[in-house]
Design a protein around this ligand. Structure first.
Ligand code: ZN
Length: 411
């Protein structure tokens, strides 16, 4: 197990919600000399300046200002997303049924629902208090659970398990006299909350080289991008990290990849470094590149027929470049050659992924960001199995490979 694989496990364990993930990224960037900017302030930026800005808690943009004007050298960015499929706690969540206390939740994103049953779950996220402050929170000392139905009570489960999220995926907190969730979080007077379920089992190693963990999609890419920005040497161009919330639900929000966050920061970067020519931002974008990093499907040994036979990435084989003729991925000849070339410069092998012609293709922040701001984009990701399971699987040996490739692109 590489030390970076251990570090990935620490990063995931520290990040049970997008708000925790952004806080952990900001903490690491802070240790590396990055300081926080607020969107409500007027920015004045100097070459070499290292800063980050957080929008609504779950999205972050960090950057190191290049030594040349943005219009002359553009930016190089790595992009990821901070959210993962889960369940979100409802406003009226305090439920009692047949003597039990339950917590009302709503599915968030496309999870593999059966992987959430019979696990010890916690609740994590943020609370907003009557004085207007917002704090991170996580349930400790007790767990929630979504128990299976015994096979004796439904023999039809042998033909396939059907889970209705409204009726069957309601976590049990205990017996009916259990205190309300907000009381257990120490904030009975909270006025608002964004709380999600998370697995309590820490990220682990399995076999000789694999990481078994929740939220590898896409915290593994957030982890790699943070390392890459911290380790890339200062350059003439401006180096950027963007990590958006809400990818798993379509990215349509103020802080999602289809929202204005990255564009707003880049426009301000151009103006705040002293270039007030209205063409400067557009010149900068025309010179810019984005590595959009989201996890990729490794070939599954038990379902190899679900994969395109000539494109079968393996765990441990290095970063995967994702292609789709219908622009579900933004990779094109130029951006592919750029990423593959930079990876080769530092001895990192790459693999290629396309879906079968008879299967629909997933998507990610890459095409959305390219569409929104017009930046040349390559979609990549480390290979993994069990994507969108409560407990996913990736290779520790791929962690340093992606970091090296991203760092080479940023440099
Ligand atoms: Zn993802």
């Amino acid at each position: 197990m590489s030390s970076l694989g251990d570090d990935l496990r620490d990063f995931i364990d520290a990040s049970p919600s997008p708000f925790h993930a952004v806080t952990e990224m900001a903490r690491r960037l802070g240790e590396g000399g990055f300081t926080e900017l607020d969107e409500t302030d007027r920015w004045r930026l100097r070459p070499g300046g290292q800063h980050y800005v957080i929008r609504d808690g779950g999205s972050i943009v960090a950057f190191r200002v290049g030594s040349s004007p943005l219009a002359d050298t553009g930016i190089v960015a790595v992009g990821t997303h901070t959210d993962s499929p889960t369940f979100k706690v409802r406003p009226h969540h305090d439920l009692t049924r047949v003597g039990y206390k339950l917590v009302g939740v709503e599915p968030y994103g496309g999870m593999l629902a059966h992987t959430w049953v019979d696990r010890e779950l916690t609740v994590a996220g943020r609370l907003t208090h009557p004085d207007g402050t917002t704090t991170l929170t996580k349930l400790v000392g007790t767990t929630l659970r979504i128990p299976s139905l015994a096979i004796h009570l439904d023999r039809s489960v042998r033909d396939g398990l059907t889970l209705d999220p409204q009726r069957h995926l309601v976590p049990v907190a205990g017996l009916a006299d259990e205190p309300d969730l907000l009381e257990q979080l120490g904030a009975p007077d909270a006025l608002g909350w964004d709380l999600v379920l998370a697995d309590t089992q820490p990220a682990a190693t399995t076999g000789t080289d694999w990481v078994a963990a929740p939220r590898l999609d896409n915290l593994a890419s957030c982890h790699a991008a943070t390392h890459a920005l911290l380790s890339a040497p200062a350059a003439t161009h401006t180096q950027v990290l963007v990590a958006n919330d809400h990818e798993e639900v379509g990215s349509n929000s103020a802080e999602g990849a289809s929202g204005s966050f990255l564009e707003d920061v880049l426009r301000r970067l151009t103006a705040a470094t002293g270039d007030t020519d209205p063409q400067a931002y557009l010149q900068a974008i025309a010179r810019s590149r984005l590595v959009s990093a989201d996890m990729a499907h490794a070939v599954h040994p038990n379902y190899a027929d679900r994969h395109e036979p000539s494109h079968t990435p393996l765990l441990g084989g290095g970063p995967v470049v994702k292609h789709n003729a219908n622009q579900r991925y933004a990779t094109d000849a130029r951006t592919e050659a750029w990423f593959v070339g930079r990876a080769a410069d530092v001895g990192v092998p790459v693999q290629h992924f396309v879906t079968r012609a008879d299967l629909p293709c997933g998507s990610t922040i890459g095409p959305l960001t390219a569409t929104r701001i017009g930046i040349a984009t390559v979609d990549v990701g480390n290979p993994m199995l069990a994507m969108h399971s409560c407990r996913e699987l990736a290779a520790a040996s791929d962690v340093p490979l992606m970091i090296k490739a991203m760092t080479a692109c940023l440099s």
